[in-house]
Design a protein around this ligand. Structure first.
Ligand SMILES: [Zn+2]
Length: 316
């Protein structure tokens, strides 16, 4: 379910105020550049903004029930074009399709909106082609570019866009959000808030996918003397998607690092992290984790790789 109203966006007041004012005064820019760290609500805010723009019943408080709202929810509104990198980049061919999309007036709404995810992945040709349509946009066109790093965009694109900044969310806010929406216990919510570094998106993914539980069972198996336990965990992990594996390796690396800090200087250790503490050399462990992660990208046998990592945990 998408957030349908800008006033429900968490802790991004400057961004929300800027957009709300623009809607109220009907002074919309042709291009918005949403910039800020991963997972702090850029895309959520973009969709909420679209509900305000397109709702057929109430533009101040989008209804969520009209034809437009329903189509936005399902991401099938004919006046919204979603652009994202195919493989590693956004190509000129994709921008040409956008230009075609903008040739005709909106079918159902007042505007045509192009939502560009990971805008920094436009290659230079694509960027230049996009710039042309930013320079002379049809009156009904609105671009929303999302990026974690706007310094990677062509400066001429940045200067043509209204910049909307997003910031990291305080740990306490994420923790309360997790407790309220996922009914987590205090220490789990606390740990997830801590490891997500201000990115509510990351906290939610880790929570929903159970990655913290995976970390706990992985470490437990690593410390056990039972090959069978290790095989089972290795097998289960081999079914994780690449995206989930990224999060798993992220947590595993963090566990190694936080173990080291706890061990060395008794630095507070996340409360829902494994009881077992890694006591080997963190640098070589993190290097190995990275190597295994890279190897998995080149299709080595995942079960073997995890088994190897499991055996490394308390020996290195
Ligand atoms: Zn509506």
């Amino acid at each position: 379910m998408k957030v349908k109203s800008l006033n429900k966006i968490l802790k991004q007041e400057p961004a929300v105020n800027l957009l709300t004012q623009a809607l109220r005064k009907k002074r919309l820019s042709h291009a918005y550049l949403f910039t800020g760290p991963k997972g702090v609500g850029k895309e959520t805010t973009a969709w909420a903004f679209l509900f305000h723009l397109f709702c057929e019943k109430d533009k101040e408080n989008p209804c969520g029930e009209c034809r437009a709202c329903k189509k936005i929810e399902k991401e099938i509104h004919p006046d919204i074009y979603i652009l994202f990198p195919e493989k590693r980049e956004i190509t000129i061919g994709q921008i040409r399709e956008v230009i075609d999309f903008l040739k005709y007036r909106p079918l159902e709404a007042e505007y045509k909106v192009i939502l560009v995810k990971e805008a920094e992945k436009m290659n230079p040709e694509a960027g230049n082609a996009l710039l042309k349509s930013l320079e002379e946009p049809p009156f009904y066109a609105i671009f929303i570019l999302l990026t974690e790093n706007f310094s990677k965009l062509l400066p001429t694109i940045v200067s043509r866009s209204q910049i909307v900044r997003f910031r990291t969310i305080p740990k306490g806010v994420i923790k309360e959000f997790l407790k309220k929406n996922f009914l987590f216990e205090e220490e789990v919510a606390d740990t997830l808030a801590e490891v997500s570094f201000g990115s509510i998106g990351k906290a939610i993914t880790i929570a929903e996918k159970g990655i913290l539980e995976e970390l706990n069972s992985f470490v437990k198996a690593g410390f056990s003397k039972s090959p069978l336990k290790k095989f089972k965990v290795a097998e289960r992990l081999s079914f994780l998607s690449l995206q989930d594996l990224d999060d798993f390796f992220y947590l595993l690396t963090l566990w190694v690092w936080r173990s080291y800090l706890k061990h060395k200087i008794d630095y507070p250790y996340p409360r829902a992290f494994p009881e077992e503490i890694f006591e080997g050399d963190p640098y070589s462990a993190i290097k190995t984790i990275y190597e295994v992660k890279t190897a998995l990208d080149s299709y080595v046998n995942p079960e073997l790789s995890f088994y190897y990592l499991l055996n490394l945990l308390h020996t290195s």
